[in-house]
Design a protein around this ligand. Structure first.
Ligand code: ASP
Length: 293
């Protein structure tokens, strides 16, 4: 029997000058949602899905409702989820009109047929798996509309606010999940690390799990999720592995960002090169989620 743990993030590059309590409250509620699942004996996969759904529903984060807009002013979201016992994974990219892309990614995982579905095909799959479409407008917040207007002159920018969760359950299964609207002002059809198993998300129950955030192109360049778990396996030290992985992102990937980790023993860690990455951690020794920012 393992000691369950969950860690969630609300994106590298988040801006504390603007309503920091909203960010704290958002990640705390997500950790609690995931923890409820773990504490009642539920699976790590259910826990990370539930934590990420809570952040997708929160308009302050760049995932689900509140996603950043493409250069054309539309929402296109990426998400991925992985269970580390059998390396089962599912992901969706460039999806529209879905309130909780992480649940759609979970359905792809459960299909056991494909790993990644994109665009209209992913929406067709959502329909056939009973996931209702929402109105495209319902995902767009005034905050992102304003940001889009300001950004019109620039090409694209990582906005922070991407969300992710990594958990270990009492049976020793590790799972990880990531969801995002991508980078503000991105080209339509652009897919980032958050949809890519091995880059934005990875889990192997014999090592641990990871969810990344930041400059997606840089994260893909160094296959950050998989490299972070490689460091974790070598060093058996989650804090060190998180830090070295972020150094790799900055030095070889030539980008900024951060990541959260849980190892197979339930030790959680995080690191970021950006000034802020909202994080919340919950485990049985804590009365309520620790929110270290
Ligand atoms: N990594 C995400 C992407 O590139 C953005 C972020 O984490 O802020 O799509």
């Amino acid at each position: 029997m393992r000691v369950p743990t969950i860690i969630v993030h609300g994106g590298a590059g988040a801006d504390l000058s603007d309503a920091p309590d909203e960010l704290r409250h958002g990640v705390r509620a997500a950790a609690q949602a995931g923890w409820q699942v773990l504490a009642s004996g539920g699976s790590a996969l259910d826990a990370v899905e539930s934590a990420v759904r809570s952040l997708e529903d929160h308009p302050r984060f760049n995932a689900g409702r509140g996603s950043v807009l493409t250069v054309d002013g539309t929402v296109e979201m990426d998400a991925s989820i992985m269970e580390g016992d059998r390396l089962e994974c599912g992901a969706v990219a460039a999806v529209t009109r879905i309130a909780n892309p992480i649940t759609l990614a979970r359905r792809v995982l459960e299909s056991r047929r494909h790993v990644l579905l994109v665009g209209p095909g992913a929406i067709q799959f959502a329909r056939s798996s009973g996931i209702a479409e929402c109105a495209a407008e319902s995902l767009v917040t005034d905050r992102q509309r304003r940001r889009h207007a300001q950004l019109a002159a620039r090409s694209s920018a990582a906005d922070g606010g991407t969300v992710g969760a990594v958990a270990l359950d009492r049976h020793g299964t590790v799972a990880a999940a990531t969801s995002t609207g991508g980078t503000a002002g991105k080209h339509s059809g652009r897919v980032g690390d958050s949809a890519l198993i091995g880059s934005g998300t990875y889990a192997d129950s014999s090592i641990g799990g990871v969810s990344c955030t930041g400059d997606g192109e840089a994260i893909v360049r160094v296959v950050l999720g998989s490299r972070a778990l490689h460091y974790l396996k070598e060093a058996d030290n989650p804090d060190y592995a998180a830090k070295v992985a972020v150094d790799l992102l900055v030095e070889e990937g030539r980008g900024q960002g951060g990541l959260i980790l849980v190892d197979w023993r339930g030790r959680a860690a995080y690191a970021h090169s950006t000034p802020l990455m909202p994080v919340a951690i919950m485990s049985p020794t804590l009365a309520e989620p620790r929110v270290p920012f």
